[in-house]
Design a protein around this ligand. Structure first.
Ligand code: TMP
Length: 210
């Protein structure tokens, strides 16, 4: 039996993830795929509760280690209860963020050593890896300008430009290290320009399967 494909969408805040994810999913569905859309942290009732804990404003500091472990706790629930069953049933899964976000935010942003994150990834994911990852990339100032015009900021939205620069650099380094998996999308263009690139990637994923 053929299993479905697992696609993740990554990028710093304000790069247009939601709009472009919608477009990607529409294209894949038009191509005949059944798509399960999810997000991290979250995507199941329990994982959404963990999301509230880790992204909500806390009355005490949340150590970077706890932040990382909460991300992986939510990930474990999502992987076992949603992602693996969907892939096994032949569905495609598109997730708004996944393990690369832990590498970029808790690794690059917070400075947690990569080997600790990889140990957790090996444990929790047990060989599950995205078949393709779209990295929406734009300069930090572009992203921050877009998020500041949005509603209520979450705990991580309060981070400074230097933090997001490290996150962005880490994402780009990850893409450089795994060019077959990553598709970098220049997200600084117009909605239509970025959308055209999303369409190309969707067509490629549909034709060659990854
Ligand atoms: P978003 O759903 O609006 O993108 O917000 C999710 C936030 O959580 C965003 O600031 C990135 C952060 N995050 C991490 O720091 N590590 C992770 O592993 C994941 C999945 C998200």
């Amino acid at each position: 039996m053929t299993t479905g494909k697992f696609i993740t969408v990554e990028g710093i805040e304000g790069v247009g993830k939601s709009t472009n994810m919608r477009r990607l999913i529409d294209r894949l569905e038009s191509g005949g795929k059944t798509v399960v859309e999810t997000r991290e942290p979250g995507g199941t009732p329990t994982a959404e509760r963990i999301r509230e804990v880790v992204l909500g404003h806390a009355e005490e500091p949340i150590p970077a280690t706890a932040e990382l472990l909460l991300m992986f706790a939510a990930r474990s629930v999502l992987v076992e209860n949603v992602i693996r069953p969907a892939l096994k049933a032949g569905k495609w899964v598109v997730s708004d963020r996944f393990v690369d976000a832990s590498r970029a935010y808790q690794g690059g942003g917070r400075g947690i050593p990569a080997d600790r994150i990889e140990a957790l990834a090996a444990w929790v994911l047990d060989e599950l890896e995205p078949d393709a990852t779209l990295l929406l990339d734009a300069p930090v100032q572009t992203g921050m300008a877009r998020t500041s015009s949005r509603g209520e900021p979450d705990r991580l939205d309060g981070e400074q430009a230097a933090f997001y620069s490290r996150v962005r650099e880490t994402y780009l380094a990850l893409a450089d290290a795994s060019p077959d998996r990553f598709h970098i999308v220049d997200a600084s263009g117009t909605i239509e320009e970025v959308g055209t690139r999303i369409d190309e990637i969707a067509a490629r994923l549909l034709s060659i399967g990854h």
